[in-house]
Ligand binder design. Structure first.
Ligand code: ZN
Ligand code: ZN
Length: 365
């Protein structure tokens, strides 16, 4: 079923912003190949497409499978081509006499780039554009924030419903499958990344894939999960203790929670992203766990599960009202296990709002 991710007017306004910015970048058009950027600018959700934004117009190219869907989802001029998209795009470039065409190297394969370049009209050229649309996407509109809120709610509900029934003896992959099933029953299209469920010492692998290993009494289990709902991502990590946690793990849990709360406290408009990372790192260093915190504190999320800004040591992006980021410090001790806690938050006028409703109290099954 065709779905709209936001009111049509919002897509038009985004294309107008791009149209208005072309001149400053010395471009006549921006070519956007299939990616979340294309969805962001057109509303089109199909799996094959390209978009050409010119002053005052937007042209979407796709194939006959998406004839009906494209007409429902976008107000762009839709071109249905039977052959390769590159041919349709090239013929529009010729017809419209477009010269300087911006393209996104991060979003296009070398194959597409080479075939475009080798058939371009004599007077046309391809100019790399980096991060422009991603930068626009960092600050979410009220409509987008509603969708992220819903995605977060669905994700947390799926967690509660699954964990309420989880018991020792279940395999990691059973638990992951159950979480993803619940998520879909509650309205998600799919998980926003492969669900992580890792028990015991395997929880020390920050990005573990679930295995057939059974979670046993005395285990500590990391659950990192997220949903895509109407195109928008959520992301959350919680820890489960099966039985009583050993004191060392309890101490680690308390330290990570303290670090996570300190980072959340540091989030407000006008603060650079690295200051938020610093706030989490400082707490863990004080607990002599600085070296065990091997990744960034968080990342932006929206139409993609990882998007700018990164909340890392060197990230200078200034936080702004409407940005959505995760806060997820973690510590990992080989042979013992890992602890991570993650929430999705939105930057508000004077701080931030934690969207994730799930409790962070130490949870034992
Ligand atoms: Zn996560
Ligand atoms: Zn994350």
């Amino acid at each position: 079923m065709a779905i709209r991710t936001a009111p049509a007017g919002e897509f038009d306004a985004r294309r107008r912003t791009v149209s208005a910015g072309l001149r400053d970048r010395k471009l006549d058009a921006l070519l956007v190949w299939l990616s979340p950027n294309l969805r962001y600018l057109s509303g089109f959700t199909g799996s094959n497409g390209a978009l050409l934004v010119l002053p005052g117009r937007g042209d979407l190219f796709t194939d006959p499978r998406y004839d009906i869907q494209a007409a429902q989802e976008t107000t762009c001029q839709v071109h249905i081509g039977k052959g390769p998209l590159v041919d349709a795009v090239l013929s529009a470039i010729r017809r419209l006499g477009v010269r300087r065409i911006g393209y996104e190297p991060a979003r296009m394969t070398c194959d597409v780039f080479e075939s475009l370049k080798s058939h371009l009209p004599m007077k046309s050229s391809l100019v790399p554009v980096r991060g422009w649309i991603e930068e626009m996407r960092m600050v979410k509109s009220p409509g987008e924030l509603d969708l992220i809120r819903r995605s977060v709610q669905t994700n947390s509900r799926a967690f509660e419903r699954t964990v309420g029934r989880a018991k020792p003896g279940m395999s990691e992959s059973d638990l992951a499958a159950e979480l993803e099933y619940r998520m879909r029953r509650l309205g998600a299209e799919k998980p926003s990344f492969d669900t992580i469920v890792a028990g015991g010492a395997r929880s020390a692998l920050p990005h573990a894939q679930p295995t057939a290993a059974r979670i046993a009494a005395g285990d500590l289990v990391v659950v990192d999960m997220g949903a895509f709902q109407e195109g928008y991502a959520s992301d959350m990590t919680r820890m489960l203790f099966l039985g009583r946690a050993v004191p060392r793990l309890k101490q680690m849990y308390a330290a990570v929670l303290e670090a996570q709360l300190a980072a959340i406290d540091a989030v407000r408009p006008g603060v650079k992203a690295h200051a938020v990372d610093r706030a989490a790192r400082r707490v863990l260093e004080r607990h002599h766990l600085g070296r065990e915190f091997v990744h960034s504190t968080g990342h932006g999320l929206g139409l993609e599960i990882h998007e700018p800004p990164r909340v890392g040591k060197k990230e200078k992006t200034m936080l702004e009202k409407g940005m959505t980021i995760t806060i997820e410090p973690g510590v990992y001790l080989e042979g013992l296990g890992g602890i991570r806690l993650e929430d999705t938050v939105v930057v508000t006028g004077n701080g931030c709002e934690v969207l994730t409703p799930t409790s962070k109290a130490l949870r034992t099954l």
